[in-house]
Write a protein that binds this ligand. Structure first.
Ligand code: FO1
Length: 327
């Protein structure tokens, strides 16, 4: 079965580990709105988290960067930062975002190839030759895009600054995808949605991960048009995200932090929305009638991805719901 998955970082990558156990032909369309250029290097957090997670190199506790990592270069840069002022350039003194020594090899290679006008999708293909993730990993777009956040105090900061330095402690009032208007889906992205047997929305951040992928012109329309059933997995359990700060993102766009509200936010296909089916955790089973009233196929089951078997069971339930939608 050809399964196409729109994915962000940690939650999507963990879901993919379970889905991969089921042995289908998987194409992952990854969010690139988290991407940032630091000290001349292009860093693609969600592409790398999926690649490292499925390739067996991810730092399990961090959810980003490499296992067995050292940060000698980051710390050495910090020694310089301590003696510099802003006139030296914000990258030089901005030491709140550090990359590990092993991780730097990925950024050096990617940045060299990008500087030679190699498209990000080709860069990703080359990097995956080492990591063998067992899926086709494609950025949503080869066009450089970045999520920027407008804060309640009027500042506009890069997503990473809001997420990492501020830890979303200052309320966001809106997100915009810099470069998004002229972004073009990467080669194969539209076809992967159009020709899929099933399209899945894993429990990634609905706003800054899935939402950003959907902002790339053409992708939302492809989702609405595909003959494949589209099934989502709620990232919100019992009114809270399992990990990350999807609640802060949902609040910024005026969506309540609940499994039902996120389903309503994605909307039912055929009614201008993007999904046909929705999985919620057992704690949200009371939402099933309301989900059916939205015209969605829905099922409640344990959604905590505690281990590989639990995650594979969730992925299997998503495929079962897709089969129910198709029938
Ligand atoms: N997250 C942090 O909290 N602190 C960091 O210093 C940091 C560095 C970093 C470097 C490379 C990379 O791929 C990810 C990194 N992240 C860091 C995580 C990143 O902010 C998140 O992975 C996503 O962008 C949010 O999903």
């Amino acid at each position: 079965v050809r399964v196409t998955v729109l994915s962000g970082g940690v939650g999507g990558a963990r879901f993919l580990l379970g889905l991969r156990e089921l042995g289908h032909e998987i194409t992952v369309i990854a969010n690139t709105g988290d991407d940032i250029t630091m000290l001349g290097l292009r860093i693609c957090p969600d592409l790398d988290t999926v690649m490292y997670t499925l390739g067996g190199g991810i730092s399990a506790d961090r959810g980003w960067g490499r296992e067995d990592e050292t940060f000698r270069i980051r710390d050495e840069l910090g020694e310089y930062a301590a003696t510099l002022d802003e006139s030296s350039g914000s990258d030089a003194v901005r030491s709140w975002f550090g990359t590990g020594d092993l991780d730097l090899a990925t950024h050096l290679l990617r940045s060299t190839w990008l500087a030679d006008a190699v498209p990000l999708s080709e860069v990703t293909r080359r990097l995956c030759q080492r990591w063998q993730p067992g899926v086709r990993l494609v950025p949503a777009t080869d066009t450089p895009v970045e999520t920027w956040v407008t804060l309640a105090d009027g500042r506009r900061v890069h997503f990473q600054e809001w997420w990492v330095r501020l830890h979303a402690s200052v309320a966001a009032t809106s997100f915009d995808l810099a470069g998004g208007r002229t972004a073009v889906p990467a080669p194969g992205v539209i076809e992967a949605i159009r020709d899929a047997d099933v399209v899945l929305l894993p429990p990634s951040n609905p706003v800054v991960s899935i939402g950003v992928i959907l902002e790339v012109p053409g992708i939302a329309a492809a989702l609405e048009a595909t003959a494949a059933p589209v099934v989502g997995v709620s990232p919100i359990l019992g009114g809270a995200p399992v990990r990350g700060m999807a609640d802060a993102c949902l609040a910024a766009i005026g969506v309540e932090t609940s499994a039902l509200a996120v389903a309503g936010h994605y909307g039912r296909r055929g009614a201008g929305g993007l999904i046909d089916g929705w999985l919620v955790d057992t704690v949200d089973a009371a939402d099933l009638p309301a989900l059916h009233d939205l015209g969605l196929h829905a099922r409640a089951l344990p959604l905590l991805m505690t281990d590989l078997d639990a995650t594979a069971a969730i992925a299997s339930a998503a495929l079962d719901l897709a089969a129910e939608v198709r029938s």
